[in-house]
Design a protein around this ligand. Structure first.
Ligand code: AMP
Ligand code: MG
Length: 464
């Protein structure tokens, strides 16, 4: 891999040099060959033992210079001035042949200066979950960080019970979060915000001038609108949309207690810690707006020397989020039934039926036209005709936007339970299946089923 570590050229307050912990017997559970090759890394040159050692931090690749990044964040609405990589270590930035830059990061590799009371480790469960979900997200065509490797460490971690430990290798277009800006804003370190802004612009929005704070905010907003509306169009609930889990690149990041819905419900929450539904399915739009407001606050001094002018300009930008988000989401949702934004009334009606009849979100959209909802379908076909569309042709078209397979929570849970017994079959089958979520897979089709009553997983835990 061609390491080129630019974050380390930023002031020392941005990060801390850190070494990954030692583990007794790292064992490779999954490795993403395709992604590795994209990164210029040929896994065939290494044994599985070597890969396990590299991707648990026991062997450092040449050019790697591990650091933990500083950031703050609003967690469930409360500002925490210092979070940072408490259980993650960035190995470095990799430049690909096509000049794309990616961060390579280990999660669960031990304590850092940001660990506070935590042990810096990760249980195996969250490693398996993030591996499956991030790769599924990628195959669904939604911006996301990706999974390069999953390693079992051979050591135990203490949570509510004692569990096998794991290390996850994440690949991200960067790890700059809204919370990174908040870290320096919290310290009133305007110079640092300027440095960060210019770095972030160069890395993600190079068409902008390096001090264009307003342009930057607008660009991040656009990415976030695209991201969150895409999540909702496939029934995804992030679970912890804190500002420290909001990437300024617009990628899905920090797959914790996240999940795809089975039965549709607007107010669905998975996370065990989300008691009041702050991050419920249908609250993700308002929360995106809330998070962007926190970013805007960090940029006030950079937008205009006259504070009240700056606030006016920022407010005007923020006020456009809601209508833009709704319109983007409506476009994506109406595309799921082969129509356009103006036909959103039909989507609303369909969602109401799903919620009332407790139907599966994914399969109901996928099977539209099969006669499961005769009354609605009649109306829908009339509308298609009204809009000059041929219902037969539409069926193929909507199959291209409505996935057949998603990483269902009960299957992810089975993959985790299997891995804990050294049985990786469900983990591997899910990874295989979810590479092509829109395509019928006769061998693994059983994974499309929604959970039976006793398979339902009501809550997911972040596993920290
Ligand atoms: P998360 O909820 O995973 O986004 O993490 C929020 C913050 O808690 C981040 O600063 C993490 O690095 C930190 N954290 C989570 N789990 C641990 C752990 N086991 N040890 C140390 N820090 C942790
Ligand atoms: Mg996080």
């Amino acid at each position: 891999m061609n390491f080129d570590n630019t974050y380390k050229t930023l002031p020392p307050t941005f990060y801390s040099n850190t070494k990954p912990s030692e583990f007794s017997q790292p064992n490779l559970l999954a490795f993403n060959d395709e992604l590795a090759k994209e990164l210029g890394f040929d896994p065939d040159q290494y044994t599985s033992e070597e890969l396990a050692k590299i991707f648990s931090g026991q062997i450092l690749l040449e050019g790697s210079a591990p650091i933990a990044l500083a950031y703050a964040g609003h967690q469930f609405g409360n500002f925490v001035p210092q979070l940072g990589d408490g259980r993650a270590i960035m190995l470095g930035e990799v430049l690909t042949k096509n000049s794309k830059r990616y961060d390579l990061q280990l999660k669960g590799s031990g304590r850092t200066v940001f660990s506070r009371g935590g042990d810096g480790f990760s249980a195996l469960g969250p490693v398996i979950r993030e591996y499956i979900l991030s790769e599924a997200m990628y195959a669904l065509g939604i911006p996301t960080t990706r999974a390069l490797a999953a390693v079992e460490t051979g050591d135990l971690v203490r949570r509510e019970t004692v569990l096998p430990g794991g290390v996850f290798t994440r690949v991200a277009s960067s790890h700059i979060r809204v919370g990174t800006f908040e870290y320096f804003a919290g310290k009133k370190d305007i110079n640092a915000i300027k440095v960060l802004l210019s770095y972030a612009i160069e890395r993600h929005y190079p068409h902008l001038k390096k001090d264009d704070a307003l342009g930057f905010l607008k660009a991040v907003i656009e990415k976030q609108i695209e991201l969150v509306s895409s999540w909702m169009s496939i029934g995804f609930i992030h679970g912890v949309m804190n500002t420290d889990n909001t990437s300024i690149s617009g990628e899905t990041i920090d797959f914790g207690p996240c999940a795809f819905m089975d039965k549709f419900s607007q107010a669905k929450v998975f996370s065990s810690i989300d008691q009041y539904g702050r991050y419920a399915y249908n609250n993700q739009g308002p929360i995106l707006s809330w998070n962007m407001t926190r970013l805007a606050e960090c940029l006030i001094d950079l937008v205009d020397v006259d504070e009240s002018k700056a606030i006016d300009v920022l407010n005007e930008t923020l006020s456009k989020i809601k209508p833009k988000f709704e319109s983007t989401l409506n476009k994506k949702m109406t595309a799921k039934i082969g129509l356009n934004e103006e036909d959103n009334d039909l989507v609303a009606e369909f969602l109401e039926i799903l919620e009332k009849e407790k139907k599966d979100f994914t399969l109901s959209f996928r099977n539209l036209g099969n006669g499961d909802f005769p009354e609605f379908e009649q109306k829908w076909v009339m509308r298609l005709i009204e809009r000059g569309k041929k219902p037969d042709e539409i069926l193929d078209q909507i199959k291209a936007v409505n996935p057949l397979y998603i990483p269902r929570n009960h299957q992810v849970e089975k993959a985790i339970q299997g891995a804990l017994r050294q049985d990786l079959s469900t983990f591997q089958e899910l990874n295989e299946l979810l590479k092509n979520p829109f395509q019928f897979n006769p061998k693994l089709d059983r994974y499309k089923q929604e959970p039976t009553e006793d398979e339902i997983v009501c809550e997911t835990f972040c596993g920290t």
